[in-house]
Design a protein around this ligand. Structure first.
Ligand code: NAD
Length: 353
């Protein structure tokens, strides 16, 4: 029997494929844009300028200062750049950091966004914005930050190094994993979650073996889209809370932190979410979901220990305290000692129990 549920579909136009970047000009016009400011990180400025040229008369300029965690000082600089060139819309080309900057501009100015993601972070599908002010990260949920249009172009992901593809892909899987046991889970989101995990679990090893494999790259990007929708439509739990806390407190890299923590968070929740575990196991082709995800990360040569990505051992207790400080929903109640064990295992890189 299908139980009662609420499903809210978020308004966003998606153009998916290979070579779809060429649709950027038409998509800006479709949004009614006359002057587009292109946003990138410093590392992707060249691609941003190329995109700008393809926009012809619609190109107002580029701001290439996007950086991790959307610091408000950078947003202020981007607003100044927007004003200086008279931009009436933004085109964000890049990963979650660049998407975040576009969202911050939309929140403050109401500007329309065309988002062109080049990683699997999934931020483009969510009404969520994480910002940092004076080193403190805050998260807002507001429909105003959801991009109006998203272009997924597989070709842009071919330059994503295999190591980044691996961790970014597992970051995406994490959204779908937690969607399957979310408090507001529903059959439509769960269908996307299972398919998203399946697509990524199949594609990531193929990308690791052959980074130029376009079929695998397109399957991974499709999976990332589905997982991003999951993140945008239902609430997350322990895993995302832990990654947020660890990343913010110890300044750990986003996708790598997700990759290390996911099998452990899943093992913690396994007994409280057997149906979700069965679906995850089926999607990745493993008997045990947590073990299967740990093995997937190992097969992709990803780092498996928090100590290898910058977390000090002395931080384990602090992280455990912080993880249980503000109550939030999780399928299994938050038990401080068990969470400390989870973090200690993730810190040392042991397999989940
Ligand atoms: P990122 O955007 O910081 O990108 C990492 C690096 O890879 C950057 O230097 C970038 O220029 C480069 N890069 C990106 N795509 C590339 C490509 N195709 N080829 C070569 N280089 C490429 O990393 P990310 O993991 O995509 O995003 C992380 C950020 O996104 C975090 O700040 C996180 O909080 C945020 N995020 C937000 C949400 C949300 O819903 N609000 C969801 C997921 C992530």
């Amino acid at each position: 029997m299908i139980g009662s549920f609420t499903f809210e579909s978020l308004p966003c136009r998606v153009v998916f494929g290979s070579g779809t970047l060429s649709a950027a000009k038409a998509e800006v016009e479709r949004l009614g844009g006359k002057r587009a400011l292109v946003l990138t990180t410093p590392q992707q400025e060249t691609e941003g300028k190329k995109l700008g040229s393809s926009l012809g008369a619609l190109y107002a300029g580029i701001f290439s200062g996007a950086t991790m965690h959307t610091p408000v000082e950078v947003t202020d600089q981007a607003i100044a750049a927007m004003k200086a060139c008279g931009a009436d819309c933004v085109v964000s080309l890049g990963g979650g950091s660049t998407t975040g900057l576009g969202k911050a501009l939309a929140l403050r100015t109401g500007i329309n966004q065309l988002c062109i993601p080049t990683t699997y972070a999934g931020s483009e599908m969510t009404p969520i914005l994480g910002e940092t002010r004076g080193g403190l990260k805050t998260t807002v949920r507001d429909p105003a930050v959801l991009p109006e249009t998203v272009i997924y172009d597989v070709d842009l992901t071919l330059t994503l190094p295999a190591s980044l593809a691996a961790t970014s892909g597992i970051n995406a899987i994490a959204h779908a994993v937690e969607a399957l046991y979310a408090r507001d889970t529903n059959p439509v989101t769960s269908m996307m979650a299972e398919d998203g995990i399946r697509a990524l679990a199949r594609a990531l090893p193929a990308i690791a073996a052959e980074p130029a494999d376009r079929t695998a790259r397109s399957e991974a990007l499709y999976g990332a889209w589905l997982c991003g929708v999951c993140l945008g439509t239902v609430g997350m739990a322990l895993h995302h809370k832990l990654c947020h806390t660890l990343g913010g407190t110890f300044d750990l890299p986003h996708a790598e932190t997700h990759t290390v923590v996911l099998p452990h968070a899943l093992a913690y929740n396994a007994s409280a979410a057997p149906d979700a575990m069965a679906r995850i196991g089926r999607a990745i082709g493993a008997v045990d979901a947590a073990q299967g995800l740990y093995e997937l990360a190992a097969r992709l040569n990803a780092k498996l220990a928090l100590r290898d990505i910058g977390m000090p051992e002395s931080g384990i207790d602090k992280a455990a305290d912080l993880a249980v400080t503000n109550a939030y929903w999780n399928p299994r109640p938050l038990e401080r000692n068990a969470i400390r064990d989870l973090i200690a295992r993730a810190w040392s890189g042991e397999a989940p129990p």
